[in-house]
Design a protein around this ligand. Structure first.
Ligand code: CTP
Length: 373
């Protein structure tokens, strides 16, 4: 932890693993979380640069693949093992609460003043290593406090309510009282579903997403249950979408989830987790009827809601069971094409799952060829 004395050299030294950054031209600074994290002795998650000029031009000098976001004056350069986000130093005007801002070129000092929290409103220039910081930024960094820079911060940009929860948990910082009271009065209602969904994705990939959502329970339709969430995650296999599992298991409204503009798959997983319950019957074939086609995350949630043994069995074993025969074998044996092929295979798989069929391929074929019951 820093003690109030700021070491700009440490910030510049940490840039060594990036491509060479420009040493002349428009004023450029490292900004935000990178500076904050170096100061705190943490590993920065990403590099943000701010430039008093053309962000796309600066991004192009870095090499790598460049993506430009014209309306916001930002660009991203990505290479092997690195990624740099570049933003034009700007002032922002919010045409309406929760809307995306209109931006205009500004100095880096002005740019810092439009940011979310003082601990992120801090920059070090590439040339000269000059520290630029909003009022109170270094104090807040030393005492571990989250403070907004102005009264309208959460009204202009309610995504900051979610950012506040993320930083409070990840950094273990306290929310300064005036900021806490502004946050208590603010609402996410003016945010589009897409923006809220995007911020929730970020919240759900934090080290302790349950704690982050717990801080948002008075702003969002959530029912936080840590042990339920942890039990479900413990059951979920590695390929699970852990973020959508958590979102679904802690959401209390389907309509709200539907409005978040998640991808089709994300939405399907989250809704299935919200709805997941323990099946009435737990024989292997009954589990197959209940859970085939159901996202595996929802099975893990059903397990956490009381169906633990059944869910474990399904996840570890039953979901992988397949017949050795297929429709072609039945057709070759004289069964005419049509829905009965599927019914016969299904019936045979149910028998196999329930342990009524041993003997592999021959036994499966004989069972499938028996008259339809
Ligand atoms: N920012 C902001 N308001 C937002 C989003 C971002 O003021 N709604 C500013 C903050 O100054 C932040 C910077 O933009 O530091 C970059 O945003 P982001 O990349 O999301 O955060 P980091 O600073 O990189 O911090 P971290 O990745 O650790 O969350």
């Amino acid at each position: 932890m820093g003690d109030g004395a700021f070491d700009s050299g440490a910030v510049l030294a940490a840039l060594a693993r990036y491509p060479p950054l420009p040493a002349r031209g428009a004023r450029v600074a490292v900004v935000g979380g990178f500076v904050r994290d170096i100061w705190l002795g943490r590993d920065p998650r990403e590099l943000d640069l701010v430039v008093e000029g053309d962000a796309a031009a600066l991004a192009r000098t870095l090499g790598g693949e460049v993506v430009i976001h014209e309306p916001f004056g930002t660009a991203t350069a990505t290479g092997a093992g690195w990624r740099v986000d570049v933003a034009m130093a700007r002032s922002e005007r919010y045409p309406a609460p929760g809307a995306l801002p209109q931006v205009a070129p500004a100095t880096i000092e002005h740019d810092l003043a439009r940011r979310d929290f003082t601990v992120n409103a801090i920059a070090v220039t590439l040339v000269g290593g000059e520290l630029l910081a909003a009022d109170g930024a270094l104090d807040d960094l030393s005492r571990g406090a989250l403070s907004v820079l102005h009264e309208r911060s959460f009204v202009d940009d309610p995504t900051r309510l979610l950012r506040l929860a993320r930083y409070a948990e990840r950094l273990g910082f306290a929310v300064e009282p005036r900021t806490a009271s502004l946050a208590a009065r603010a609402s996410v209602a003016t945010l589009s579903g897409a923006r809220l969904g995007g911020e929730l994705r970020l919240a759900l990939t934090e080290p302790d997403p349950v704690a982050v959502l717990g801080r948002l329970a008075d702003k969002l339709p959530l029912a936080i249950d840590r042990s339920l969430a942890e039990d479900a995650l413990a059951l979920a296999p590695p390929e699970s979408d852990r973020a959508m599992l958590l979102l679904g298991v802690m959401s209390s409204e389907e309509a709200w989830l539907a409005n978040l503009e998640l991808t089709t798959r994300e939405h399907e997983v989250a809704i299935a987790c919200l709805r997941a319950g323990v099946p009435a019957e737990v024989t292997p074939s009954a589990l197959w009827r209940a859970w085939r086609g159901v996202p595996i995350e929802a099975v893990a949630v059903a397990g956490a809601r009381g169906g633990g043994d059944a869910a474990r069995r399904w996840i570890d074993d039953l979901r992988h069971v397949r017949l050795e025969i297929g429709g072609d074998e039945l057709i070759a044996a004289g069964i005419s094409e049509g829905p009965q092929i599927g019914r016969r295979l299904e019936r045979t798989l149910a028998a196999k799952l329930d342990g009524e069929l041993t003997g592999g391929r021959e036994a499966e074929l004989a069972y499938a060829l028996r008259g339809e019951s």
